[in-house]
Write a protein that binds this ligand. Structure first.
Ligand code: GN1
Ligand code: MG
Length: 362
């Protein structure tokens, strides 16, 4: 606590820090809430193994925040509540590096918000879709070039390079025990690469995107309407489809991301339809025909990618994601595969929903 208070006081807060408490359960960073007698702030230790260029990451975040603030102000909204605010250090840096070489960053805590771990109602899913749609629309004319701080993040060709290397090495001898799960990944390799080649050849455009659109990365207001999109660590140039697909992976799951009971896990069609409606209400004006054509497929793609990433980390000996027990990454793999199977079963209907809803907005 004393150390965290000392770190907090490096930043230009309104008032002196009184208390610092842990918050949330992110898989990557460590997050705390700082209280002063005037305001509250989020303090994060950025995971430097994953984010190898924190200064560039913070520049990306700052550029996106400022751009969104200007848009919110122009439409008469409250830029301090509807956009994130990065708090610099006293010497004007967007991060603080401590003596151990750890990187810390602070942003304003937006009070009176609601957050959810799952989309319990179609209304909430609609709001979430609207939130990411608005985010993409607002950043669509961002002129500041973003640094690619996570090369290949949602690029399956790159993920296969990592995958092939980890399997060849089999560093902790787990490979033989997960032959069934490895076959799930391998049997879909070509299908996923075919899709990604459309991004590589420009058929599907690249835009400024969020890249981590889980429901808990959106703040809702007291009326359960979208307030602000948070966790901008992964803002990158990628395809809008990845944002849509990752949201569907998170919102439509009737179980948990790591559910032990696979019977709990299915893709909920009413939630899919509501999210799609919210998302397209903001984006149908700029999405291309090719993007709409592959919107439903993106849910398959990102869920598949997540199966691969969890399984790869399991085989690699749990180096990337924080785990709560030895088999956690395998449990996550199986739950995400169950979700993928449910998406595959309902895929034709998902495509029809996208077609129907996009006509409503055209
Ligand atoms: C990670 O830490 P968190 O929950 O914001 C990950 C996402 C994964 C997600 C799985 C930088 O996000 O890509 O989809 O876990 N972020 C990074 O829940 O790898
Ligand atoms: Mg994140």
């Amino acid at each position: 606590m004393k150390e965290l208070l000392a770190i907090s006081s490096q930043f230009a807060l309104n008032g002196a820090p009184i208390e610092v408490k842990p918050l949330g359960e992110g898989f990557i960073n460590d997050t705390y809430i700082i209280s002063t007698n005037a305001d509250s702030y989020l303090l994060q230790r950025k995971n430097k193994n994953i984010f190898t260029n924190v200064p560039a990451m913070m520049d990306n975040i700052e550029a996106v925040c400022n751009h969104i603030k200007a848009k919110v102000a122009a439409r008469g909204g409250d830029p301090m509540r509807e956009a994130m605010t990065v708090i610099p250090t006293h010497d004007g840096k967007l991060y603080y590096q401590d003596e151990q070489g750890e990187f810390w960053a602070v942003c304003l805590y937006i009070k009176d918000n609601l957050t959810y771990q799952s989309a319990c109602t179609p209304e909430l899913a609609f709001q979430g879709g609207k939130g990411i749609g608005m985010f993409q629309a607002m950043v669509s004319d961002l002129k500041t070039p973003l640094t690619d701080i996570l090369p290949g993040f949602h690029n399956i060709r790159y993920r296969f390079q990592q995958w092939d290397a980890v399997l060849a090495k089999d560093p902790v001898g787990r490979k033989a025990s997960v032959a069934t799960e490895i076959a799930w990944v391998e049997s879909r390799r070509e299908e996923m690469l075919r899709f990604w080649s459309l991004v590589e050849d420009g058929t599907i455009p690249t835009r400024v995107t969020h890249n981590d659109t889980k429901i808990n990365n959106i703040l809702f207001d007291q009326n359960e309407e979208v307030l602000c999109v948070i966790d901008l660590d992964t803002v990158l140039n990628s395809t809008c489809l990845n944002d849509f697909g990752d949201a569907i992976r998170s919102y439509t799951n009737t179980g948990l991301e790591d559910d032990e009971n696979l019977d709990n896990v299915t893709m909920s069609m009413p939630i899919f339809e509501a999210y799609t409606r919210g998302y397209l209400s903001q984006t149908s004006c700029f999405l291309t025909h090719a993007e709409l054509e592959y919107l439903a497929f993106s849910a398959k793609y990102i869920t598949y990618e997540q199966v691969l990433r969890f399984l790869m980390d399991y085989i690699d000996g749990d180096n990337y994601y924080k785990v709560k027990h030895k088999e956690h990454n395998l449990q996550r793999t199986r739950a995400q595969y169950k979700l993928l199977s449910s998406i595959e079963e309902q895929f034709d209907e998902m495509r029809s929903v996208v077609e129907r809803v996009s006509k409503e907005y055209s």
